[in-house]
Each structure stands twice: as structure tokens, then as C-alpha cells.
Design a binder for this molecule. Structure first.
Ligand SMILES: *[C@@H]1O[C@H](CO)[C@@H](O)[C@H](O)[C@H]1NC(C)=O
Length: 281
């Protein structure tokens, strides 16, 4: 996870070296959700410079009840995000939700302007498996007016679709169009590394992907995708009900007694206005 292999357009190498950069970081950061190894989950219950302490968590819960930090040898700590029967956010009684939002990402900030690349890695939590009879949203951008998701990574049985294998990671573009941009089997015991190059001027998305320690490679063309509308990036577990009709935040079935989760690593966003995209996982 930690080797530094990066790609940028050759004329920009010089420019990039002149800019003040975080250690080991070859592109300018917009936000950094990588968790330092001296942090405790309770540090995320109060205002901090990594994630929102307020959204999105079940009513009456604090983030430290939904998060575990996993010990690793070096570098930033992966964070396991979990949901239970109590993970009911703002009376959405048919959803179960726990999601991290970067602290600086207030919905109108620069993370949804210009050209940015969003990085994150996901790993199955073997102790808290997801129920693949349900649809889960794992990572998404929700527009500032809450009218759409400009992209969304899902797994499980996608509502309204014929899911051939629910044990798949499926990345969709703007849900108004519903185009599948990329999908890959969701293999246990290995991180799945994504980088989404988001052009908020040209309204395009390009997907980079790898597993484990491998460097990211481009797995799509530059795809037209309506990423307008700014908003907030969510990383976590949003479990939808089955058999819901109408407003599925309120209607549908959710089994009781759940303890389900997912592990995230390497959440950060870099400025790619100059073409800089880090390809280290
Ligand atoms: C998975 O979800 C289905 C549909 O809600 C439910 O019938 C089933 O009991 C769940 N399985 C487990 C192991 O929770």
C-alpha cells in the first residue's frame, strides 16, 4: 500500500517538485482521510481535521461506536465502518447507515471544482460480512441539493436490476443516467484500490483500479458523466431495504440483529488540474 509510484505528464514533474507537498505525496492534496497511527476512534467523535464528527451516523450513536482502526505495520490506519440495527440516520427507518465525510468537504468547497482525483481502497470485513441479498452503497458523491449521486460504488443485489453476481463491486455514474462505468469481483482478503479522476468542468469521469500492492491502472476511457452539482463524498455502508415500495428510506424490510461492515483505507483527494494522478495504491 505504501510504495510511491506516480504518473504525471512529463512537463509537470518540474512544477510538481516546486510545490509544497505532504511527505510522500506527489500531487497537491485537496483533502486527506488517511488516519495517522496515533489517532483513536474517539478523536473522530469531536471536531477534527479528518472526518465530519456529525454525518452520517445513526441517531444517538457516535462514530467511535461504528469505527475500528486496524493495526498495520506502517503508515496510515485502515478504518472499519460498521452498521447495526441502531444505524438509523434522521429517521430513515428502512436504511442502515454509517458513512465518513471528509471534514473540509462542506458541499460547496473546492473538492467538487476543477479537476480532482478521489482515492480510496475497500476491503471486506470478514468478521462482519454484508448480506448480499441487499443493495449497499459504499462510496458516493451526493449533490449539494441532495437530488442525485454523481457516482456511486455499490455491491450486493442492486435494486431494480438483474444482478448476475451480487458479490461484485459496481461503479455507476450519475444515477440519473445509471450507466455502469466499471465492475470487478469483490474478492476477500485484498484491498480494492480505486482512483476516480473527476473533471467538474468537462463533466467526465475516468476510473483507475488495482488490487493489493499493485499500482493503479486506467480501466476506463474518459467517460462523459454529469458530475455537476457539487456536494459531499461519502465512504461507508448504506444498506437499502428489500421489498421496499415508494420511498425506500421509509418502506421495506431490514432484518434484525445485524453487525455488518467494510474496511476503508487510503481515502484522499488530489488536485489533478495539472494532470497529476498518483498511481501508488
Ligand atoms: C439477508 O437478508 C435477507 C433479506 O432481508 C434476509 O431474509 C436474510 O435473513 C438475511 N440473512 C442474514 C444472514 O442476515
Amino acid at each position: 500500500m505504501l510504495s510511491i509510484r506516480s504518473f504525471f505528464n512529463p512537463p509537470l514533474v518540474f512544477l510538481a517538485l516546486l510545490l509544497p507537498l505532504a511527505a510522500g505525496q506527489l500531487c497537491q492534496l485537496q483533502f486527506d482521510g488517511r488516519i495517522p497511527d496515533d489517532l483513536a476512534t474517539t478523536d473522530l467523535d469531536v471536531p477534527n481535521d479528518i472526518f465530519s464528527e456529525t454525518f452520517v451516523i445513526g441517531q444517538g450513536l457516535s462514530f467511535s461506536q461504528a469505527l475500528r482502526l486496524l493495526p498495520v505495520d506502517t503508515g496510515s490506519l485502515p478504518v472499519a465502518v460498521s452498521i447495526s440495527d441502531q444505524s438509523i440516520f434522521q429517521n430513515q427507518v428502512a436504511f442502515r447507515r454509517a458513512e465518513l465525510i471528509p471534514a473540509s468537504n462542506d458541499g460547496t468547497d473546492a473538492s467538487t471544482q476543477g479537476v480532482k482525483t478521489l482515492h480510496f481502497s475497500v476491503l471486506k470485513d470478514n468478521d462482519r460480512p454484508l448480506n448480499l441479498s441487499h443493495e449497499y452503497q459504499l462510496v458516493f458523491l451526493e449533490s449539494q441539493d441532495f437530488s442525485t449521486n454523481q457516482f456511486v460504488l455499490k455491491t450486493g443485489t442492486i435494486l431494480g436490476q438483474d444482478t448476475a453476481d451480487p458479490d461484485t463491486l459496481q461503479l455507476f455514474g450519475n444515477v440519473n443516467q445509471g450507466e455502469l462505468l466499471f465492475s470487478t469481483p469483490f474478492t476477500a482478503n485484498v484491498f480494492h484500490n480505486f482512483a476516480l479522476n473527476l473533471d467538474f468542468d468537462q463533466l467526465t469521469t475516468q476510473v483507475f483500479f488495482s488490487t493489493g500492492e499493485d499500482a493503479l491502472v486506467s480501466v476506463t476511457d474518459v467517460i462523459q458523466n454529469d458530475v455537476s452539482g457539487q456536494g459531499q463524498f461519502h465512504f461507508g455502508v448504506l444498506k437499502k431495504p428489500v421489498d421496499g415500495v415508494g420511498d425506500i428510506t421509509q418502506n421495506g424490510f431490514q432484518p434484525d440483529g445485524i453487525e455488518e461492515g467494510l474496511v476503508f483505507g487510503g481515502i484522499f483527494q488530489e488536485d489533478s488540474a495539472d494532470g497529476c494522478v498518483s498511481l501508488s495504491p
